[in-house]
Design a protein around this ligand. Structure first.
Ligand SMILES: [Zn+2]
Length: 435
């Protein structure tokens, strides 16, 4: 069914993709977030809303507005999406990554699924409401943020720390990454609602040794010590821990696929899930991946110090235990420095809001079955959860069965199906009206 919102979402999504909001993680080279924020603010004020723009650093802008509901005494619902994207190298793409081109019934471009699609969907829905005079059941706070792709410091984290009043009364939130379909059969699609996300623990480890001449016999080389520790960590598999979210997911998947999944040994079953196996496989254990190395300043000088960065991701409730296990793998001689840490999140898959998600999906897709899952990455939800807000990943999208959705995130040829996007608008509209 076509509506003004399902028509408009296409242009909104393409316009947003065309505003290059590449976030390199470096203030000097990131750009475009201010232009995107101004675009969003214009689209909101055009229909009578009163958006506020917040610039945390020059160019790093976010937009927030509140739509008063029929019953403002109820807790407000936060609907959030980030405006920045990760870099894209045009030479690797089939179309220009900032073209927003439509080809083969997809909108192509960086941000098409992460997450200008959802930004466009929420804009399309509320613009339609404003034009028709619709008032939602409770207050809705809309937030479009900068800097999610580099840890949220200049976006969600800044808003939560400097302007917490904007989120006054918000009890629940929806944002990325969830609500997309995983096709089991023609008449059964699991829609993966994110109810948990892993914690982030980026570490720098340092090995020290005796500096010296590269031509001598040397038994205390920092590079060697670091390399051994990094190799041990990189090859180590931490034990399987099945949290309540993952257990619920595995039960649902086992039932849907009619396979037996041993919740204490789920690896073999997860491997059979196809493309989403990568996503799910990372949520049954803590992980530690070496990502950067640095040592030395000359080819014939043995340096006194060598360093590596390790990207660790921890399951809910596992942080202390994980650190102990990691120290055992690294050994006693390395110095550990914490660079960036954000806790894991987990909430139950229950309550009126979850019911509203399941019903809205079912109304638009009779084969829909909503299931909870855990995201292995981190999102702006980590910042909003600090305000006591219960966060869900629910950006509804119906996907073609053969699309490798998880590979599109930060991937080459990122694209979103036009029909899926329009489906998302209809589901989001229904959901918000029932929330
Ligand atoms: Zn994202």
């Amino acid at each position: 069914m076509r509506t003004p919102a399902t028509d408009e979402v296409i242009d909104l999504c393409r316009d947003l993709i065309r505003i290059d909001t590449t976030n390199t993680g470096d203030l000097a080279t990131s750009a475009g977030e201010r232009a995107a924020a101004e675009y969003v603010a214009t689209k909101l004020s055009e229909v009578g809303l009163d958006p506020q723009l917040f610039e945390s650093r020059p160019g790093r802008a976010s937009v927030v507005t509140r739509i008063p509901g029929a019953d403002s005494s109820r807790g407000a619902l936060l609907v959030h999406g980030h405006l920045d994207v990760v870099p894209a190298d045009a030479s690797e793409w089939s179309v220009h990554p900032f073209s927003g081109e439509i080809k083969d019934d997809f909108i192509w471009g960086r941000g098409a699924v992460d997450m200008k699609d959802f930004d466009a969907m929420s804009l399309a829905v509320v613009r339609d409401w404003q034009r028709t005079g619709y008032v939602p059941p409770r207050d809705i706070v809309l937030a479009y943020t900068a800097d999610e792709e580099a840890g949220s410091d200049w976006g969600a984290k800044f808003l939560v720390e400097e302007h917490p009043d904007l989120f006054e009364g918000c009890t629940e939130a929806i944002g990325e990454v969830g609500g997309f379909s995983y096709t089991v059969s023609n008449d059964l699609r699991l829609y993966m609602v994110q109810t948990a996300e892993k914690g982030i623990d980026w570490l720098r480890v340092h090995a020290t040794g005796r500096p010296g001449h590269g031509s001598f016999v040397h038994d205390d080389n920092a590079v060697t010590a670091l390399a051994e520790a990094v190799a041990r960590v990189g090859r180590h598999r931490f034990p399987v821990v099945v949290t309540p979210t993952v257990r619920a997911f595995l039960e649902e998947v086992g039932e849907a696929l009619q396979i037996e999944i041993d919740p204490n040994d789920p690896e073999a079953a997860i491997a059979k899930l196809g493309p989403i196996a990568t996503m799910i496989g990372a949520t049954i254990r803590n992980t530690a991946n070496p990502t950067r190395l640095s040592a030395g300043y000359k080819d014939n000088v043995i340096p006194g110090r060598a360093s590596a960065t390790i990207d660790c991701r921890t399951l809910p409730g596992q942080f202390e235990l994980f650190r102990e296990q990691l120290m055992e793998v690294l050994g006693p001689d390395l110095e550990i420095e914490s660079i960036h840490r954000q806790p894991a999140l987990e909430t139950g898959f229950d309550g009126a809001l979850v019911d509203a998600m399941a019903l809205a999906l079912k109304a638009e897709d009779p084969g829909a079955h909503a299931v909870p899952y855990m995201l292995s990455g981190g999102t702006d939800a980590k910042s909003f959860a600090r305000l006591g807000i219960r966060c869900f990943g629910f950006a509804p999208l119906r996907l073609p069965p053969d699309l490798n959705f998880s590979a599109l995130f930060h991937g080459i040829d990122e694209r979103v199906p036009v029909e899926g996007l329009q489906f998302g608008v209809r589901v989001l509209d229904r959901f918000l009206r029932q929330s």
